[in-house]
Design a protein around this ligand. Structure first.
Ligand code: GLA
Length: 390
C-alpha cells in the first residue's frame, strides 16, 4: 500500500537531486520506433525497431531505510511513498509498473534492493505507440541494477521487464519494445529475431530522408483486449498447422499455401491474421535489403503495404491512423507511411525527404483537423542508443 507524498515532500526530494547529491545514479531510457515488422514479435518473426532520442530521465539514490521508497513523477506532479517488499496492485498507474519491476527483481536478487528515492521526468507522450511503458520499466530496472550493483545481465532485464509489463498492463506483449529500449544503437535499426533473440545492427543512413512520427492523439481503449485476442488467434492457427506440419514451430514459418489448405478449419479471421503475419515477415526481409541497396522508394512502398495489411487483415488500425496513413500514401512528398506499434491509436511512421517535412506537416494538419476534428502532433525522431547511464 502506498501513501501519496505531500507537495512539500515532493519538493524536498526533488531538491536533493537538483542540488546534485552524491551517489545518485542518473539514467536516460528512450522510447522506440519500429520501421517494420508489426505484431510478429510474438509470432517468432523478425522486427526492425530502433531506440529514439526522446527519453524518460531517472535520478535514483539510496535513502538508508530498509524497505521504504519515495518516488516522484515530475510529469504527473505527484509522488508516493511505499514499502518495496509489498507489491502494488496492477492498474495503479505508473507506480504499479515500478512496483512490478521490484517484484520481478526480488525473484532473482532477493533482499538486495533496500530503500531509495527516485525522481523521473518523461519526454515521451503516453499512449502514442512509442513504448513509454517499456522505457519506464527498463530505465528503472537498469537504474536499480546500477545503484544496488545487482549485476543482472541485459537479456534478463529485458525479460523481467517484459514480464512486468504483461502483468501490469494486461497485454500479453512480445519482446520487441524492451529489447530495443535496452539494446538500441545510435543511427542503426535493430534487426531482431524474436525467436532466438539474435540481432544485427542495420545502418539507418537514408540520404536526405528522415523518419517523422505523426501522433493521432487518440488511444482507443480496445487496445489490450484486441492485442490478446490477435495473439490467441495466431496461436490457435499455429496449432492447427503444426498438427499436420510439425516442423512449423512459429507462425512466420507457415506458408500461404498451408493457410489455403486449412481455410475451412481456420475460418475467415484466423486466415486473415495468419496471412498478414507471413507477409509482414517477408516485408521485413525485403526492407533490410532495400535499406542495404539504398532503395528508399521500395522501403516506402513496403511501409504502405504493411499499413494495408494492418488495416485490412490484422485489423488493428483505427479511422484516425487510416486517415493519416492514406493521406501520406497519396502524397508524392512521402515515400511511405504506416501505423506503428500495437495499434488502435498512437502514431504513424512516415519516410519523407527532410525538405518536404514543413509543407507536408502543414497540409496534413489542416486535412486531419477537417476529417477527424483533431490536432496532429508531428514528432521528428533521430535514432539513438538504448538505456544509458548519464
Ligand atoms: C506492442 C507490444 C510489442 C509488439 C507491438 C506490435 O508495442 O508491446 O511486443 O507486439 O505492440 O508490433
Amino acid at each position: 500500500m502506498s501513501t501519496k507524498l505531500s507537495q512539500s515532500d515532493c519538493i524536498k526530494i526533488d531538491k536533493i537531486f537538483a542540488l546534485g547529491a552524491i551517489d545518485v545514479v542518473n539514467i536516460e531510457a528512450p522510447g522506440r520506433i519500429n520501421l517494420i515488422g508489426e505484431h510478429i514479435d510474438y509470432n517468432g518473426g523478425n522486427v526492425l525497431p530502433a531506440a529514439i532520442d526522446k527519453c524518460i530521465y531517472f535520478s535514483i539514490k539510496k535513502n538508508n531505510s530498509a524497505t521504504f521508497a519515495n518516488v516522484l513523477s515530475k510529469n504527473f506532479n505527484e509522488g508516493f511513498s511505499f514499502d518495496i517488499s509489498v507489491p502494488e496492485k496492477p492498474g495503479e498507474g505508473w507506480l504499479s509498473y515500478l512496483s512490478g519491476v521490484l517484484t520481478e527483481i526480488a525473484k532473482i536478487r532477493p533482499t538486495k534492493v533496500t530503500g531509495f528515492d527516485c525522481s523521473l521526468d518523461s519526454k515521451l507522450p503516453i499512449g502514442s505507440g512509442i513504448s513509454s511503458s517499456a522505457a519506464l520499466l527498463c530505465g528503472f530496472a537498469k537504474g536499480l541494477n546500477e545503484l544496488f550493483e545487482l549485476e543482472i545481465d541485459d537479456i534478463t532485464i529485458i525479460k523481467l521487464c517484459q514480464n512486468a509489463e504483461r502483468i501490469f498492463s494486461g497485454a500479453n506483449v512480445g519482446i520487441m519494445d524492451q529489447f530495443s529500449v535496452i539494446k538500441g544503437k545510435k543511427d542503426h535499426f535493430i534487426l531482431l529475431d524474436c525467436e532466438t533473440l539474435e540481432y544485427r545492427a542495420i545502418p539507418a543512413e537514408m540520404n536526405t530522408n528522415i523518419l517523422l512520427l505523426l501522433n493521432t492523439n487518440v488511444s482507443h481503449n480496445l487496445a489490450y483486449s484486441a492485442y490478446n485476442e490477435r495473439r490467441a488467434q495466431c496461436e490457435s492457427a499455429l496449432e492447427i498447422i503444426t498438427a499436420k506440419y510439425p516442423y512449423v514451430k512459429t507462425l512466420v514459418e507457415a506458408t500461404e499455401e498451408m493457410i489455403a489448405e486449412f481455410k475451412e478449419e481456420l475460418g475467415e479471421d484466423r486466415v486473415k491474421r495468419a496471412i498478414f503475419v507471413i507477409q509482414e515477415q517477408k516485408r521485413v526481409e525485403a526492407t533490410v535489403q532495400a535499406l542495404e541497396n539504398n532503395n528508399f522508394e521500395l522501403v516506402g512502398e513496403l511501409l504502405n503495404q504493411s499499413h494495408d495489411g494492418l488495416q485490412n487483415l490484422y485489423e488493428v488500425s483505427c479511422p484516425e491512423l487510416d486517415f493519416l496513413a492514406n493521406f501520406a500514401k497519396n502524397d508524392d512528398r512521402v515515400l511511405g507511411a504506416r501505423m506503428m506499434g500495437g495499434g488502435f491509436g498512437g502514431c504513424t511512421i512516415n519516410l519523407i525527404d527532410k525538405k518536404y517535412v514543413k509543407s507536408f506537416v502543414a497540409d496534413i494538419t489542416i486535412a486531419y483537423k477537417k476529417a477527424c476534428n483533431l490536432e496532429v502532433t508531428p514528432i521528428p525522431v533521430k535514432i539513438n542508443n538504448g538505456v544509458q547511464k548519464i
